[in-house]
Write a protein that binds this ligand. Sequence first.
Ligand SMILES: CC(C)(COP(=O)(O)OP(=O)(O)OC[C@H]1O[C@@H](n2cnc3c(N)ncnc32)[C@H](O)[C@@H]1OP(=O)(O)O)[C@@H](O)C(=O)NCCC(=O)NCCS
Length: 206
Amino acid sequence: MAEVTSSGTARAEPAGLRPAAAPVLPRRTARLVLRPFRHDDESDVLAYRGREDVVRYMPADPLQPAGAHAFIAERLPATQITADEDGIILAVEYEGRMIGDLLIKAGRLADRQAEIGWAFNPEFHGRGLATEAARELLMMAFDDLDMHRVWAQLDPRNVPSARLCERLGMRREAYFRQDIWFKGEWGDTAVYALLAAEWRAAYPAG
Ligand SMILES: CC(C)(COP(=O)(O)OP(=O)(O)OC[C@H]1O[C@@H](n2cnc3c(N)ncnc32)[C@H](O)[C@@H]1OP(=O)(O)O)[C@@H](O)C(=O)NCCC(=O)NCCS
């Protein structure tokens, strides 16, 4: 929110703020391609989003075959952050197979903060692929989208996701006790975050 000074005038936003943008896609890492969703991703998406264990700590039920078309259609246009609340959703491809997805979602553009999230096919867990993909997402967030802070929230029982945040250099900043009624019980929420300055210190060439 713009602050009102003692003289009653609205203080200008800090210098350097610029609107976020549409990053160039696809993006490539050593092993992966990060690209927008495609309709022919349906079976690959169902292979993991359709699993109870994958969505256990996500605000979603297992994806049903009948819902796969709409699931992808909703995600197709999410390729840029140019307005408040915009998000970018990327399919992650490994050796020609779509193995997971990533999300980056802005709040108010002027705040330059974005939430990130991920889900990967368990067949491909444990090889550092999610870490590699999420690092590229952070690079996009800080270098292309000029975010100041990137954060993630998760159920602390979701140990692989918490470990992923830590591998990315994110700091646990909050732990809320029973702040959400989630899948039939009160759940806790942990919030992890990373600042652009911390990212640049860790990856000076980035
Ligand atoms: C969260 C999730 C993406 C993490 O998957 P993951 O396989 O643990 O993560 P990575 O692909 O980065 O692999 C990391 C693991 O591989 C190991 N590894 C092997 N090679 C590696 C490499 N080259 N680089 C990094 N890690 C490597 C790591 O040691 C790590 O194992 P560890 O946690 O036992 O130490 C996955 O559990 C998931 O999709 N969960 C379901 C969806 C979900 O809950 N989403 C989040 C909602 S908040």
